[in-house]
Design a protein around this ligand. Structure first.
Ligand SMILES: C[S@@+](CC[C@H](N)C(=O)[O-])C[C@H]1O[C@@H](n2cnc3c(N)ncnc32)[C@H](O)[C@@H]1O
Length: 288
């Protein structure tokens, strides 16, 4: 199937438009968004070389697919992937039979997603837009590693609820930065090992420290704070799960010395309509 690049979509031309807030907040946000967009456009050519970003190992991919299968509504559902990047979640969801729309601020990242979708022969619609201004009409909204880089994660989570008022949220995050002091030490050790093995860095550069400080989750995504934001944004029944199967599959790829410090702990927060073990969606009609 052909990939549909929907840059002609009106939503695609809304980049920079931010609903709500005062005029100075909007100006501040658009400065932040422009810096963020530039970073990810520049990162598009390097992002996929990190195994944590774009895993190729069959066991790791299988574990991720299981996370989506148990947290998204039954396929085919209309799924919005916010901050889709090069398309890791989008491609997995499409492989499960979902109708996926990938939204991102960065045309460079979405260009890579388009290449991957074409190779995988799946159709994924793309929209260039800020996270808090998505199109509507979805059964589920998902994201991975996007909350930390949003100027107003609460506003974005609220907009995603409006985009899927009777649907499901799947937010995939990791414990990093100040979220846990012990994990911060492990992460330093992992970075040291990374340098010792002379592996290329995961990104082309770093966010400017002032930009990072301006982001509410710029120093880490503590699970309790993510859960609280999801609930405050109006998503009912938020539930959290540590993604141990993904971590286990990832750790099997490591060398013996690397296993001492393990892999970054991963978790997801799901909310909204729950998918039952029978595959139906209790409460979908009422939105509870
Ligand atoms: C860490 S990458 C994650 C990409 C992808 N979700 C994944 O799991 O590999 C963050 C992505 O979010 C996008 N992004 C950052 N801020 C955004 C915003 N305010 N609105 C939309 N996309 C944004 C970036 O362009 C980038 O593609």
């Amino acid at each position: 199937m052909e990939l549909e690049q929907s840059d002609g979509d009106p939503a695609a031309t809304r980049r920079g438009h931010l609903p709500g807030g005062t005029a100075s907040q909007r100006t501040g946000d658009s400065v932040v968004l422009e810096a963020v967009r530039r970073f990810w456009d520049d990162d598009a050519t390097t992002y996929d070389r990190a195994p944590g970003h774009a895993p190729r190992n069959a066991a790791v991919l299988g574990a991720w697919r299981a996370v989506l299968a148990r947290n998204l509504p039954p396929a085919p559902a209309r799924v919005l992937d916010v901050g889709a990047g090069t398309g890791f979640l989008s491609l997995l969801a499409a492989s499960l039979g979902h109708r996926v729309t990938a939204l991102d601020l960065s045309p460079g990242m979405l260009g890579k997603l388009a290449e991957h979708a074409e190779s995988a022969r799946v159709q994924i619609d793309t929209v260039v837009a800020p996270a808090d201004d998505p199109p509507g009409g979805f059964d589920a909204v998902m994201e991975r590693h996007v909350l930390w880089t949003l100027p107003d994660p609460g506003r974005a989570l609220g907009a995603w609820r409006a985009a899927a008022p009777y649907g499901t949220l799947l937010a995939v995050e990791s414990v990093w930065g100040r979220a846990d002091p012990l994990e911060a030490l492990r992460s330093r050790a992992r970075r040291f090992q990374h340098r010792l093995r002379r592996l290329p860095p995961d990104h082309h550069g770093e966010y400017d420290p002032a930009l990072r400080r301006s982001l509410p989750f710029g120093a880490g995504t503590p699970p309790a704070a993510v859960l609280a934001q999801v609930e405050a944004a109006g998503w009912p029944a938020p539930r959290m799960e540590r993604l141990r199967d993904v971590e286990w599959a990832e750790s099997l790829e490591l060398g013996l010395m690397e296993r001492v410090f393990g892999v970054t702990p991963r978790f997801c927060v799901a909310a909204g309509a729950a998918v039952s073990v029978h595959g139906d969606v209790p409460g979908a009609a009422t939105g509870v």
